[in-house]
Design a protein around this ligand. Structure first.
Ligand code: G6P
Length: 614
């Protein structure tokens, strides 16, 4: 949510790297963007509404190449509006001290109203409606000669979350960055230093990074980084190597990141699985969980927390844990969980699912669970992310960077990670070697099974053509396919702006069936799982109300194919894998409907990939 970039070099222009960095972070927010550039003549700020491309256009008029070399230090921001409309005035950077100080911010200053009225009483005029502008003025007010101290003092008055970068003409050559609750990474190149909300904006320059922790503040000059705590004591943060390469964050010939990421799933999932199966024991190794068989055996309940697509993966997890490990499992929406005074304790295992590892509500739920003494693990994709670090133990998905705002490969990787976890837990309890062995073999086959689904891409695109003009759709599934139906509905809402609802197949007749007509296609998840016959009955009920039915049916299942209006064929898979197989087909369906409707697939309106506000 909001992306920030900073660049500091002895001799290279900051303009190109800042704009490139913003492009990489655009998935975090894209309603307006801006840069502040420092030269010997002071600070210049350029802001524009709309996407980073609009800012780039503005800069190409305002700043000829010949002038760019003098700006070697700068900060930049791409916004997802929280306080105030996405106007140019509300775009970051925000300035203070008569334009001598510029600041970019990701997060929310919760006490901004009180701070603002205090500053206004002292005669300070505000130019925007944002919470961030308060912070810029506050820093300027505390500036008595040491920039880092000024920022620390200002931050001590702030309640809320922030990742910030700021520059000041009074302190040429210095950039101060700080974080609390919003991510910030410093990339250390040979000659340049790049700061960003995440590593995707850094890997084009360097793979050496320092992850700041909450409460850290750093002074960055072209030749050095000095990390401190807010009370100005030195802090040591290790340099780490990032293994993402630049190819993995580019489109690689695909029209959209979403399509690329859907097609990457065989490889991504092979990475999630690699080295984690133990065929001789019919189980999985998940060393990151660092729980002994004794500890696992003592677990009385599993609680899976997440938001959005991650929550849907968690709902699949319920079926996996309950069926394979005989353990009561509750999937919980993270925000609801954290504010419900949750009853969790030492016998509960709380598993936080998060692609980004930064979702504010999931993070808060993790902290609450730790406070209450539960065992807590994180299943995250982004290495070094806050949830991964704070949970202390967990499993990385290794699905590679996910850039498209709508999550695809992270979902399937999460389900597999949960499946391997459930297998391991089951094998410490009463799951037999034979059953475990069968599952190990099935998990090994997943990348090949997914390839078979992807081979149906053209057929799915054809069916999408037939239904692309529908404005309302229903998705129905039962058992382990119910969360897959929710995920199918979410995907088509997010990327194609089709109003869609996911329902338990049996629940449709308790109300929503009143809405069915020839204009409301129903997508029925009919892969081979127990209860499929019942869903086929529900299909008949829909067709009797003239609703066309698109069935996700197993190859060779002639009865299911004949029962629906259009069949999307998927390979045979065991029930544990059926949600993955079905969701990949639904991802493609949503993608093609969105493409045919001319939607902005990778950056749908109003959304952001990483939701770091409540
Ligand atoms: C946002 C994204 C979704 C994502 C959800 C949870 O809403 O648009 O795609 O599923 O956040 O994100 P997380 O990073 O915690 O999985």
């Amino acid at each position: 949510m909001c992306g920030i970039v900073g660049f500091s070099s002895l001799n290279k222009s900051a303009v190109g790297p800042l704009v490139n960095g913003l492009r990489r972070l655009e998935y975090r927010g894209y309603d307006s963007a801006g840069v502040a550039l420092e030269s010997q003549d002071g600070i210049k700020v350029y802001k524009q509404t709309g996407k980073v491309a609009e800012l780039d256009k503005l800069l190409s008029h305002a700043l000829p190449e010949s002038e760019r070399g003098k700006y070697t230090i700068g900060i930049a921001h791409t916004r997802w509006a929280t306080h105030g409309l996405p106007t140019r005035a509300n775009a970051h950077p925000h300035v203070a001290d008569n334009g001598n100080l510029a600041l970019v911010h990701n997060g929310i200053i919760e006490n901004y109203a009180a701070l603002r009225s205090g500053l206004e009483k002292r005669g300070i005029k505000f130019l925007s409606q944002t919470d961030t502008e308060v912070l810029a003025h506050l820093v300027a007010t505390f500036d008595k000669g040491d920039f880092l101290v000024a920022v620390s003092e200002a931050l001590k008055h702030v309640e809320g979350t922030y990742g910030i970068a700021t520059i000041s003409a009074r302190h040429p050559g210095e950039m101060i960055v700080a974080r609390k609750g919003s991510p910030l990474v410093i990339g250390v190149g040979e000659k340049d230093i790049v700061v960003a909300s995440d590593v995707s904006a850094i890997v084009a320059y360097t793979h050496q990074v320092i992850y700041l922790k909450d409460g850290d503040i750093a002074r960055i000059t072209p030749d050095g980084i000095d990390v401190r705590s807010l009370d100005n004591s030195p802090v040591t943060r290790e340099m780490q190597e990032v293994d993402w390469d630049i190819g993995s964050i580019e489109k690689g010939g695909y029209e959209h990141f979403m399509l690329k990421e859907i097609f990457e799933q065989p490889d991504a999932l092979a990475n999630t699985i690699r080295g984690r199966l133990d065929p001789s024991g019919g189980t999985a190794f998940l060393s990151g969980l660092s729980l002994s068989p004794r500890e696992l055996a003592a677990v009385g309940r599993v609680v899976i927390i997440g938001c959005g697509t991650s929550l849907h993966a968690g709902m699949v997890g319920k079926y996996l844990f309950e069926n394979l490990a005989d353990i009561p499992t509750s999937p919980e929406q993270a925000a609801e969980f954290r504010y419900s005074n949750p009853i969790v304790g030492p016998n509960d295992w709380v598993i936080a699912l998060s692609q980004s590892g930064e979702t504010a509500d999931t993070l808060a739920a993790v902290r609450e669970s730790i406070r209450k003494g539960a065992l807590v693990s994180g299943l995250c994709n982004v290495v070094g992310s806050t949830i991964a670090r704070e949970a202390g133990r967990g499993v990385y998905l290794h699905a590679g960077p996910e850039i498209s705002v709508a999550s695809t490969k992270a979902f399937t990787a999460q389900v597999i990670a949960l499946l391997m976890t459930a297998l391991k837990l089951g094998r410490t309890r009463r799951l037999s070697f034979e059953h475990g062995d069968r599952l190990v073999k099935e998990i090994q086959r997943i990348p090949e099974i997914i390839k078979e689904v992807l081979a149906e891409n053209d057929a799915i695109a054809k069916v999408a053509e037939k239904y692309a003009s529908a404005d309302d759709m229903f998705f129905i599934g039962r058992g382990i396919l119910y969360p897959a139906a929710l995920e199918g509905a979410l995907k088509i809402k997010e990327v194609a702006y089709v109003h869609a609802e996911g329902y338990q197949a049996a629940e449709l007749k308790h109300g929503p069936i009143a809405l069915l007509s020839e204009k409301t296609p129903v997508v029925a998840l009919l892969a081979d799982i127990p209860g499929k016959e019942k869903t086929l009955g529900n299909v008949q009920e829909c067709r009797a109300r003239h609703a066309p039915v698109i069935g996700i049916v197993t190859k060779g299942d002639e009865a299911a194919a004949a029962a629906v209006t259009d069949a999307l064929v998927v390979p045979h898979a065991s029930p544990e894998i059926a949600p993955i197989v079905s969701v990949v087909a639904l991802q493609l369906l949503a993608y093609h409907v969105a493409r045919l409707r001319g939607c902005e697939i990778d950056q749908p309106r109003n959304l952001a990939k990483s939701v770091t506000v409540e």
